[in-house]
Design a protein around this ligand. Sequence first.
Ligand code: SAM
Length: 458
Amino acid sequence: MMLTKEYIKELKSKGNGAIGNLIKRFSDSSSLIFILENLGQLPEDFDGRFLLDLLSHKHSTVRLWAIKSIGKLGKEEYLPILKQIATNDSDTNVRREAVSSIGRMRTKMGQSILIEILQDNDPKIVCQAIRGLLVFKGESIIDDSLKPLVNHENEMVRTIIYKEYFAERINKNNQPHIESYDYLKNVVVNADTIETMKLLKDESIHLTFTSPPYYNARDYSIYPSYKAYLEFLANVFREVHRITKEGRFLIVNTSPIIIPRISRAHSSKRYPIPFDIHPYLIEMGWEFIDDIVWMKPEASVKNRIGGFQQHRKPLAYKPNSVTEYLMVYRKSTDKLLDWNIRQYDRQTVQDSKVPEGYETTNVWKIDPCFDKVHSAVFPVELCKRVIQYYSYKGDLIFDPFAGSGTVGKTAKSLGRYFFLTEKDKTYFDYMRSKKSKEMFDAIETKFLTLEEFKQTIK
Ligand SMILES: C[S@@+](CC[C@H](N)C(=O)[O-])C[C@H]1O[C@@H](n2cnc3c(N)ncnc32)[C@H](O)[C@@H]1O
């Protein structure tokens, strides 16, 4: 006799005992799992006693499915055994399923068991218990048990409780999410980015894409120490955080850099910028989303592997770096991405759809771009992807370290607005010089000093 779904269904309808007998005949783990998986809905009077024996089965998937089936029965008499499994089973998934079954029963007795389970050491189990209890949110005994968990050791637990009980619903900037101020649209300010950002209202921009100065690796970046450099970047991104709209993105392009040795008696030093700036970003309220690797066809800096190629001595291996990072962050919020998307009208969502041919992996192979005036310009393709994947038409895109202004030019070509800051007069003038040619051809583009910009703010 073959074990089939139809056969299981037939036996189930035959009434009590039939499935129990089947289990005795097919007692190997995979048959048991097959039977349990295909039990489907269970009739109210279903005799689930045979399931209890399976709770001590050596195979955790069998135990898991036995628990699921017991959960379907919804009988209070099984609560003590479910509690025992929830607290004692050796497998987290089995324990979780037991907690979930207790929750699904929605009974008073189940409530008090779930409250006890909140003390569990495994955060996943605690989250599952919270889920079961939130069904009764509003009952004082439940709220009193859950609220203190906002200080729980585990960040996921804290986030759930914060969202359920403490998240403030007030938008500091009353402007609708999709709108931005006209005085920021297609504007380039020739000033220090922090000083400029200080003039902006909270939640003014939709997306930031930037490539900060590379510590002291190039001539335009002079910082007293690496720590001072990181703190400078932290201050920049703290302001960016403040002026970013709820739940929107920041994409930072950096890579580890190398400061050459001063003589043969010393070694060169590498600074892992993306990894060092990351903890600052998380701490100030950016949520990590993705690490995208920008891969270039060949190394753009000097050949590091040369020495090794001659001597091949281990330890002195120094690969040529052909990658940079695009670290993707989202301004932390209790709102889902769906909320952000829902703010846009249907037409805008339709018009902003990412066209065919988009990248499906986190390795983006893009040729670097060389420019006669600026030494580190973004390739247009790189900007294009970031802007298309992380913003909608009509959004305001910000680059605090504009350089030659590639972000601005690309944003514009994609039906977005841009706001740029660039400290260096040479680069600012360079952007302005290109105004009539390719990039800032629209009449509304403004090139302003800080003072001039201040005058325009309403
Ligand atoms: C790596 S480059 C950015 C290049 C740019 N992504 C492009 O496509 O041309 C960094 C730029 O930040 C500018 N910069 C450095 N410190 C700044 C500050 N405090 N405020 C504004 N701009 C600054 C530098 O002058 C430099 O042009």
